[in-house]
Design a protein around this ligand. Sequence first.
Ligand code: FES
Length: 116
Amino acid sequence: MHYTDFPGAPVKGAVLCALSDIPTDGFFSGTAGGFLFVAVQTGQGPKVYVNACPHQFLPLDQRGPEVRGADGHTLLCTNHNAAFDLETGEGTKGFGMGCRLTPVPVEVSGGDLVVA
Ligand code: FES
């Protein structure tokens, strides 16, 4: 799926959050006009994904805040423990295998993360 397939998908140039909202070793769970997203810092810069696990399209953090894996390179779904690579969104474990998180293209502008 493409991020624009999700309800309320933001248009190019829309501000999602401030770069400073994203903790270095955690994640930021936000909404933009009803569109749910998660933002993370990676070694390649900030990444944003639609906050909808491809297993059942539930928010990754629906059952709690333990979304960032202890290894620092994984995002976990709190519903049924699917795991995804932080930098690519590719499923790496459980119900994540064979699917991936949906990326949202972003760029940093004036200290904000905006849709690219
Ligand atoms: S909804 Fe994420 S693992 Fe089931």
